[in-house]
Design a binder for this molecule. Sequence first.
Ligand SMILES: Nc1ncnc2c1ncn2[C@@H]1O[C@H](COP(=O)(O)OP(=O)(O)OP(=O)(O)O)[C@@H](O)[C@H]1O
Length: 920
Amino acid sequence: MEYTVGQRWVSHADAQLGLGIVVDIDGRRVTLSFPAVDEERTYAIDTAPLTRLRFKEGDHVATIDGVELLVTGVIEDRGLLLYRGTDHHDEEVVISELELNAFVQLTTPQQRLLNGHFDRNDDFALRVATLDHLDRLQRSDARGLMGSRTSLLTHQVYIANEVGKRHSPRVLLADEVGLGKTIEAGMIIQQQLLTGRSQRVLVMVPESLLHQWLVEMLRRFNLRFALFDAERLAEADGDNPFESEQLILCASDLFQGQDTLKAAALAAPWDLVVVDEAHHLAWSESGSGEDYQLVETLAARSRGLLLLTATPEQVGQASHFARLRLLDPSRFHSLEAFQAEEQGYRALSAQVEALQANEIPADLPEDVDTTEGADDIIKQLLDRHGTGRVLFRNTRAAVRGFPERHLHRYPLTPPEQYTHAVVDVDEKLHPERPFIDDSWLGFDPRVNWLEEKLKSLRPQKVLVICASADTAVALEHHLQMRAGIRSSAFYEGLTILERDRAAAYFADDENGAQTLVCSEIGSEGRNFQFAHHLILFDLPLNPDLLEQRIGRLDRIGQQSDVEIHVPYLEGTAQEVLLDWFDKGVNLFTDSCSAGNMIFERFKDRLLPELNQRSGEFDALIADTQTFTASTREELREGRDRLLELNSCKPSVAEPVIEQILADEQADTLQDYLESLCDSFGVEHEFHSEQCLILRPTEHMLTGHFPHLGEEGTTVTFSRDIALAREDLRFLTWEHPMLVEAMDMVHSTELGNAAIATLKLKGIPAGTMLLETVYTVNCVAPRELQVERFLPLSPMRLLVDARGKDLAELLPHQRLNDRVEKVKKPTALAIIKQVHDDVDAKMRLASAQAEERLAGILGAAEATMREELGAELARLEALRAVNPSIRDEELDHLRHRIEECAIHIQHANLQMQALRLIITT
Ligand SMILES: Nc1ncnc2c1ncn2[C@@H]1O[C@H](COP(=O)(O)OP(=O)(O)OP(=O)(O)O)[C@@H](O)[C@H]1O
């Protein structure tokens, strides 16, 4: 080709130079200036590694003055090109190639192929594989659920799958103590982040759980939360600190009395707000707590809200209702109506049972559409008249497989010193409290008993819980100093760091403490299931608190039966309360979600007994037993059964689990990772079955590979190995290493242009085949989540000389195995020859792909209308029974449907990869 001064060429040897301009031609040499890097280079004309840059109709180009042009025509004038096109005001402009911006990036496959920027065939194959995997993952039912380092438990997977998929995940996670609510929340957060539904998450937890949350999120979900405490906030430089990070974890107490801080948290946008131990959010008709008010305002501004509590009614039923209202104000609009509805749960449960047996009960509520199938009718019933879509509660009984709990009672003789001092109930239950010094340690028989018990249980770990920090500190001090028992204390006076050290010392198997003495803050949320002996040095009045205490040990991961030891002073309030919990409510061996309600019912009879046991006590125990039995029965037949139906559907969760396991068991991920490593210059070495060692090398393509440490990283593809070996990375399709590496392939040009030769029987040598891969490109705001309905949908075509598509005859894999690479000079020579032919074939391929696109878009729109339409129908139906649903809510959803439809209709094709194949 002839060179003319002013022409634009690119170096196919060094794409970083940008777009060059011919500035001089001198005999057999040509000189180009490369303004982007401010360099001039001179080449021998015969061997110059240069390709003429020639844009075509439909290309987008930019000038040095920043004008963006859509090319509509190209005119050649004395060796120079003039581009005609329209700018962003839709005005027609003509520019000379001299005006082109030198910072051109030749990234489209055609531009790169025709300008001689070829990739290796392996990179081409990697690109195609990446697109296929991305598309498969977008379509997968297990999307967002594959990456957690957890056992796949049915009830958790069900909840995460059900909630994580929602556009507005607003739920109360209220599984019984220790069934994995934190894990469920982590799974939901992870799914929301991975699918792009959420980006900014605020988690608020009691201070004593900060570190545990931080560690669980990182080690189980690869989620790196920023911990906001007073120290971190002090470093803020004037800007809103809550806008400086995407994932923030803080203590709920942080906001106590801090109006400026609250304003800052409220000013930041959140997609998802999570509140752990949410029973602390107190509300009553006469007023609500400061923390409730803060969460109420956050809840109104955030699309998603997760509230976690094992004991939703711990501070009363009104507060429980008030929290449900934060989640779904349209469904929970009146406390009275809610209470009335609860009375009807048993009848509702009977209707559900009939429906499950394929009968249609005669007395179904009027708003239920009986033309639907039984499953749908049940869903409508649960949603509109049952516990709603917002409440999830799994029970030990339903989850199964939990060890038993055994109570051991130790009567002790009350000392003289305690018999006079007692005035109120609190003091009767905790008689050591009035002693300002530690003298009570000397005569309280529980202390000596504790010492002996711990010695007899040695070396087994024992968790000791008492109500107050003072008691915990005194006891621990005594055990450590006087009794020589390795112990540690856990109470509110310690800093977060000290508390975590204490807990870690207790957890340490080899050189750790035998016992941890906790004040009440240790009875919530913490994981101590490595121990199976619990000593309750005293008892709380609130049954839910007792359940929380036992739950420290009786939780997922507990391998042995839980032994609960309770020392008590005979003939005192302690014995009365112990009897009532043990014989009346049977709380020690059987958890009960109605504990608080039962307490409220008998409080007026129980409290006087605590003061002075009377002849009525036996009757109280008998009445409590009868009431507890009937309440348990009522719940089992009514609310709990409805909740069970809502909270875990094995028929939904099990296929998802199977899907995840099948993906893990196949070698596909390992094979794909190895080809990624080969393309990016990362070394991989066999470590052991299902484990690889990855190491960076000096020849890395990008100088960096995501989540690969400088020293290398050992990874495993096996969930079982990952659960047993904390030191190995658990690689799944959703691990950030894979997600980011796949994104690197997808969003760059790697592998998008290649050239190869192929021996093919029956086809004359020199025939050209063009292998093209298109994906569907839909530009839409992320919050619309259009990719749910319209995934990448890669389309592969293999166009022969006559424009026929041979893709099915010659699948990609088969072709890959047989193509041979072409040396660069030969490749450049081929490109020069077939330049125009490639253009023509590409037009043919594009036309065929366009035809398929229409079908894909039509199907996507139909699915979207069906899914979102069902959501709209639910809201419309709810409004029929609940006038507080606002028109705006319905309008918003209708608007979303139409917005999605518009974006789907405007989706276009994007050519992702192009390979020129010449038969030999
Ligand atoms: N799927 C799982 N795989 C492995 N470990 C799990 C799984 N689910 C829960 N666990 C472990 O079980 C324990 C209890 O889980 P978690 O803390 O999430 O329960 P919780 O319901 O939030 O408890 P609480 O009611 O006490 O707040 C934790 O140690 C957690 O790591």
